[in-house]
Design a binder for this molecule. Sequence first.
Ligand SMILES: [Cu+2]
Length: 303
Amino acid sequence: MQIISTVGKLAQKLAKAVTARSSSCLKAFAIAISAIAIDAFASSSATAAAVELAKNWQLGLSEPVSPIAKQIFNFHNNILLPISFAICVFVFALGGFICWRFSEKRNKKPSKRTHNLKLEVIWTIIPVIILVILFVPSFKMLRSIDDLSNAAFSVKATGHQWYWSYEYPDHDGFTFDSNLLSGDELKDKSKRLLKTDNALVLPVGQKVRLLITSADVLHSWAVPRFGVKMDAVPGRLNETWVQVDKAGVYYGFCTELCGHGHAYMPVEVHAVSKGEFAVWLRDAKKRFAKNTNKNNFALVVKE
Ligand SMILES: [Cu+2]
């Protein structure tokens, strides 16, 4: 925070000094630097306000809280990232070496060679090996994402323009809407565009089957820390599962551009203990009794 602010202020001073005595081209450049500096300065202040959500200089993915997210994050961090990093380093080094070694200065007579069988075999086989290395764990993961056996119960999420509604078909089929909290309704301003009036509540440690659909256009239900991102398609019931291993409040977004209110339909999930979940269920059944959907597995929920 301190470093970013200091750098931002210094960049602004420099930009002002350059603008005072220079050509129009340099002035434009200085104005651009100034804009970036102000932006960095402003965003560092904004980040400070949302301490719980993000900290300065954070790197990588947020902590995974479901078995699938752990597998995905592990695959990304320990397999995908090192391989792509090594490829980048190799390609840049090779590019640099070629620029240096085969420059006009060092090669007065350019080589006329067009083929090299050994090299062509190598640059075909190595990428194939890399793809096989990536294929095995990623297909194992896809298989476990599709494994819906032994789920304790189902929850249906329906995307609407522009909110989510949730239904508990195995608990009398009560359903409720989850609308964005905005303006005065929001107590903690750092959760702007994240908080809803009715969050989805799930028990910790239980495998829950997620049924995802839409009542109008394409949406997508996603919570990064669960490793879940599933399209909500009208007239179709997509399914996946989640098992939250840690109690807490988790946020996600609609991740399919669905109209002008796309940014205003967040996903808020409260993961609670089994006891708390039972208490919530009892209360929710009463509170949302009039919204109960008798036809539990209807593709489109009547609004
Ligand atoms: Cu959307």
